[in-house]
Structures are given as structure tokens and as C-alpha cells.
Design a protein around this ligand. Structure first.
Ligand code: 4NP
Length: 159
């Protein structure tokens, strides 16, 4: 059975598409792409259908990472469809927990903050880079590369 992982932020145009791209890149590098289904979504719906923010794509491309996803909003059935939902900040975590509550007993996904997996960084939230400068996008990628690598280590040890 493939493991199904959904990365979630607010707009699904900066942080969660970057997390999806970083995780996919690691899967390909480690030869594990056929063992996972990876997707991303936003708790908000303002950017549905849009590609990842150009600044986020440029920063990822500089590290050799592609961000192919198009924005979509999280749905109640994601809570039963995915094994693990990985959130970027405290607001996303609370929003997804509320959706799980709304979904009821069929909400089987584990819900975890991405930085709970981080090894090198000691933060609780991936800051929203949308209104900031270029360094914010680099910082997001630093946090995501650390966390996604540790997440994948954990998932592959679990078997
Ligand atoms: P994201 O960043 O949650 O990392 O995709 C944002 C992008 C856009 C907006 C908020 C956050 N916005 O309000 O439009």
C-alpha cells in the first residue's frame, strides 16, 4: 500500500507546494517515488487553480527542485483519504484539526506540524513568505529540506 501524504498551508501557493516539491525530490533521489502519493492543499481557496508563487518556484529551481502543483483547497474527504496531513503553521494545524472534528470518525489521517520532524531547526512554524523578501523563500526551503528529509527517514524506518 502506498503511503499518502498531504502538505497543507494557507494559500497553497508558497509553503505547501514547496513542501510537496521538496518531498517529491527526495523520493526520486532515494528511489522511493512508487511507494508514496504526495499532494498539497490550502485551508483557504483564494488561489485555487494557480501554480506556485513565482518567487517560491524560482527559489526551489535554484536548488534543482520543481514545483509542479496547482493550488486546491483542502476537502473533508482528504481527512479520510490521506494517511498523514502535514501542516506548516499553528493556524493550519488548528484549521485541519477542526476539519477532522467536522468529518467525524472517518477522519483517519494523522495530523502533524512539519517542524515537529525538523532536526537542525528549532521552530514551531514555517513563516508565511508571501509578503516578505527573497530571503523568506530561502528560509522556507531550508526548514522544509530539513523537515522533509527527517519525515522521510521516519516513514521509511517504520516500513
Ligand atoms: P502560503 O502563503 O500559505 O504559504 O501559500 C500565502 C499565500 C497567499 C496568501 C496567504 C498565504 N494570501 O493571503 O493571498
Amino acid at each position: 500500500m502506498k503511503k499518502k501524504i498531504l502538505f497543507v498551508c494557507l494559500g497553497n501557493i508558497c509553503r505547501s507546494p514547496a513542501a510537496e516539491g521538496v518531498f517529491l525530490d527526495l523520493l526520486i533521489k532515494r528511489g522511493l517515488a512508487d511507494q508514496f502519493v504526495v499532494d498539497s492543499a490550502g485551508t483557504g481557496g483564494w488561489h485555487v487553480g494557480r501554480p506556485a508563487d513565482r518567487r517560491m518556484q524560482a527559489a526551489a529551481n535554484r536548488r534543482g527542485i520543481q514545483l509542479p502543483s496547482r493550488a486546491r483547497q483542502i476537502r473533508l474527504d482528504d481527512l479520510s483519504d490521506f494517511d498523514l496531513i502535514v501542516t506548516m503553521d499553528d493556524a493550519n494545524l488548528l484549521d485541519v484539526q477542526n476539519l477532522a472534528h467536522e468529518t467525524g470518525s472517518s477522519a483517519t489521517a494523522s495530523i502533524k506540524p512539519i517542524l515537529s520532524f525538523a532536526k537542525r531547526f528549532n521552530y514551531t512554524e514555517v513563516p508565511d513568505p508571501y509578503y516578505g523578501g527573497e530571503s523568506g523563500f530561502e528560509h522556507v526551503l531550508d526548514l522544509l529540506e530539513d523537515s522533509c528529509s527527517a519525515l522521510l527517514d521516519e516513514l521509511t524506518v517504520e516500513g
